[in-house]
Ligand binder design. Structure first.
Ligand code: T46
Length: 184
């Protein structure tokens, strides 16, 4: 396992050790002991999620507020996405900054996104299966989000705007300046 820091404290790139042979490959997609040892964090994940999306689908930018905030360990098991994490931690020296990375079933990379971040991704391949671990349960009442095209973040989603497929809920999300307290 290799862990690489990003410019956003606590947001880490995790590359599992892949064992390839004539049959294909094997890798441990998660090992709590190795996760703790290599990341220096003792996050305990209690919920696994999976979503399927076709090309151009953009889910985000989402977070859960306050005590329902979630750290996420995200990966792609089919296809390729551009994954984006936005630092919303009050007092963070990188507040409002984002980190983006291509996650795919070819690079097998994972991104650890701490509590206090907004998260989203866009599907770059024909379709994608996105899997992620959360350290807090889903809490509909604490759901929050920011608009994916907020000029404050200036995120390059790679695909042309006309190719993006965004839910009505996400289209209606506010920009950071209009969002009020994000609860972090
Ligand atoms: C997130 C979630 C959703 N749901 C239900 C609620 C809705 O009826 C349905 C679809 O939910 P939603 O449209 O919020 O799904 P996404 O747009 O993929 O939301 C996720 O997108 C970005 C990328 C994230 O990081 C978050 O985990 C999450 O907000 O699943 C649940 O039952 N449990 C859950 O944990």
């Amino acid at each position: 396992m290799n862990v690489t820091a990003t410019p956003l404290e606590g947001c880490l790139i995790i590359e599992p050790r892949v064992f390839g042979d004539e049959r294909g490959y094997f890798f441990e997609s998660f090992n709590q002991q190795k996760f703790n040892e290599f990341t220096g964090q003792d996050t305990v994940f209690i919920q696994d999620n999976q979503s399927y999306s076709t090309k151009g689908v953009l889910r985000g930018l989402h977070f859960q507020r306050g005590s329902s905030a979630q750290a996420k360990l995200v990966r792609v098991v089919k296809g390729e996405v551009l994954d984006v994490a936005v630092d919303l931690r009050k007092g963070s020296k990188t507040y409002g900054q984002h980190f983006d990375i291509r996650l795919s079933d070819k690079n097998n990379l994972q991104l650890l996104i701490p509590r206090g971040f907004a998260h989203g991704f866009v599907v770059l391949s024909d379709d994608a299966i996105f899997q992620y671990k959360c350290d807090n349960y889903y809490d509909r009442s604490a759901e929050g989000g920011l608009h994916y095209a907020d000029p404050a973040f200036a995120i390059d989603w790679i695909l042309p705007h006309e190719q993006l497929i965004v839910s009505q809920k996400d289209i209606e999300l506010p920009n950071l300046t209009d969002a009020g307290d994000t609860g972090f």
